[in-house]
Design a protein around this ligand. Structure first.
Ligand SMILES: [Zn+2]
Length: 113
């Protein structure tokens, strides 16, 4: 489960950022996870409690915002909602959709004390 490593880096980055700002504790952390990123939000949530133990994030709330996937067809230019298994354009059937959105994995916001 690679979400453990991902969650660990989210916690590390959040803790470092909060420390740099002189915060004593993190109230909540908002993370954006794209549906094409291959990261499972439930798994991140599951790992978060263990990873946050003994850090500035202990007891903080993890808020996950899921970003839907969007793709553009290289042939006809149609834009569609896509998932990780979409390879062809629903309008014309062309392959090689360009991913416009949905691969995000980042900390969007930190609420600190
Ligand atoms: Zn197309």
């Amino acid at each position: 489960m690679h979400e453990l490593g991902i969650t660990q880096s989210i916690v590390d980055i959040a803790a470092r950022t909060a420390r740099d700002q002189g915060a004593e504790r993190i109230v909540s952390v908002t993370v954006e996870i794209g549906s094409l990123s291959g990261v499972i939000p439930d798994a991140v949530e599951f790992c978060f409690e263990a990873c946050s133990q003994g850090t500035l994030l202990e007891g903080s709330r993890l808020l996950i915002e899921q970003i839907p996937g969007r793709g553009r067809c290289p042939e006809c230019g149609a834009e569609n909602d896509i998932d990780a298994y979409s390879f062809s354009c629903p309008a014309c059937g062309a392959l090689g959709l360009e991913r416009l959105q949905g691969e995000e994995l980042r900390i969007k916001e930190l609420e600190v004390d």
